[in-house]
Design a protein around this ligand. Structure first.
Ligand SMILES: Nc1ncnc2c1ncn2[C@@H]1O[C@H](COP(=O)(O)O)[C@@H](OP(=O)(O)O)[C@H]1O
Ligand SMILES: [Mg+2]
Ligand SMILES: [Mg+2]
Ligand SMILES: [Mg+2]
Length: 350
């Protein structure tokens, strides 16, 4: 079947990267958190995860042209002060690959091999051919806090997302909606995956059999709950609360980091995800590609504030009208109306 071997490789790569990230999150030292030139945090796990995914995809799919658009680059790791970090990343990567039987005979990667694997992520993407899209840790701030994060991997074919995998190591296997009990949150670690036209599935990261998931069927906004970023710097919380109020949503927002929001929404834990970055911020494709197909294949819709589907064919960035809106097909028309009204109010009050 189409993209079968690509999906198998993507699941394997994301699961292995998730194991590496879990290990680092457990032992997280302050020295593992560095600041990139744009002041956002990056950890040894972000780099390690990118190297592992890049290595596994190339190994598993040797006959295909390999193009990867990924978040991290090796600039800081090639400096004098980056050498110790690079050594640690190399050890982490070798430890995780060494634990896999199939790679046990592969010689250890050198620091140069690791740099090369990370640098594979330099592709610009676009509308022609196939490109993998990777966020090695989405929600680094959540990761550092000990909260939610995701390894998000998608494949673009001629500008369209054709498969997506979301590994969410800290997401409970049971629903996180407001009615579920705390005790059902004990077992964590979800792997969501979707292929175009074939639906979305979830399994546990430790390998249970996959179950098909669907977005919430709620049509009455009063019964709906909504997700947004934990970080107020990433999304205007006051704008989403005005939209929710206008729509008649009663429940308070559920604030969690990363594309775990898309995963949770794809299985109906909540019905709406609203994201309104501050003025001037440009969304990157790796922050949405995997989440987008996971939700759409589960029956949901993902649009910008004008109701247009997201266009992943323009390179690294998404050119958007204002924000990102995710919900089921029944709620979308009234949600878009509330979004427009709230944005107009906001503009006229300035
Ligand atoms: N000012 C800003 N506005 C919107 N998004 C931002 C932002 N600064 C960073 N981000 C993005 O928000 C992502 C996390 O989303 P969320 O808030 O849903 O957890 C980050 O991914 P990384 O953690 O991979 O860098 C980053 O790409
Ligand atoms: Mg980042
Ligand atoms: Mg991200
Ligand atoms: Mg990231």
């Amino acid at each position: 079947m189409t993209y079968d071997k690509e999906l198998a490789a993507a699941k394997k790569a994301a699961s292995l990267a998730a194991t590496l990230c879990q290990k680092v999150q457990k032992a997280l030292l302050q020295s593992d958190v560095h600041s990139k030139s744009d002041k956002s945090p990056v950890t040894v796990a972000d780099y390690g995860s990118q190297a592992v995914v890049s290595f596994v995809l190339e190994k598993e799919l040797p006959t295909e042209l390999f193009s990867l658009v990924a978040e991290e680059d090796t600039g800081d790791l090639r400096t004098e002060s980056g050498q110790e970090t690079l050594q640690r990343i190399t050890k982490l990567v070798n430890d995780s690959l060494g634990n896999e039987e199939v790679y046990a005979d592969t010689p250890s990667l050198s620091t140069e091999d690791v740099l090369r694997a990370i640098d594979h992520g330099k592709s610009e993407g676009g509308a022609v051919g196939r490109h993998w899209v990777l966020d090695p840790i989405d929600g680094t701030k959540g990761f550092v806090r000990g909260d939610q994060y995701a390894i998000a991997l998608a494949l673009l074919d001629e500008g369209k997302v054709v498969l997506g995998v979301l590994a969410c190591p800290n997401l409970p296997l049971a629903s996180i909606n407001q009615h579920s009990s705390e005790s059902s949150h004990d077992k964590v670690g979800c792997l969501f995956f979707a292929k175009v036209g074939e639906g979305t599935y979830m399994q546990s990261l430790d390998g249970s059999s996959p179950v098909k998931v669907h977005v919430s069927a709620i049509a009455n906004p009063e019964e709906a709950s909504f997700f947004e970023s934990f970080e107020a710097a990433h999304s205007l919380h006051d704008l989403s609360s005005s939209i929710a109020k206008k729509l008649g949503v009663k429940a308070p927002p559920v604030r969690i980091d990363s594309q775990a929001k898309y995963g949770a929404l794809s299985r109906g834990d909540g019905a709406i995800y609203l994201r309104f970055p501050h003025k001037g911020y440009r969304e990157k494709i790796w922050d949405h590609a995997a989440g987008c197909i996971v939700v759409t294949e589960a029956g949901g819709e993902v649009t910008d504030a004008a109701g247009n589907p997201l266009d992943f064919s323009k390179g690294k960035y998404l050119d958007l009208d204002t924000g990102i809106i995710v919900t089921n097909k029944k709620l979308m028309p009234s949600l878009l109306k509330a979004v427009r009204a709230s944005i107009e109010e906001k503009v006229s009050s300035l």
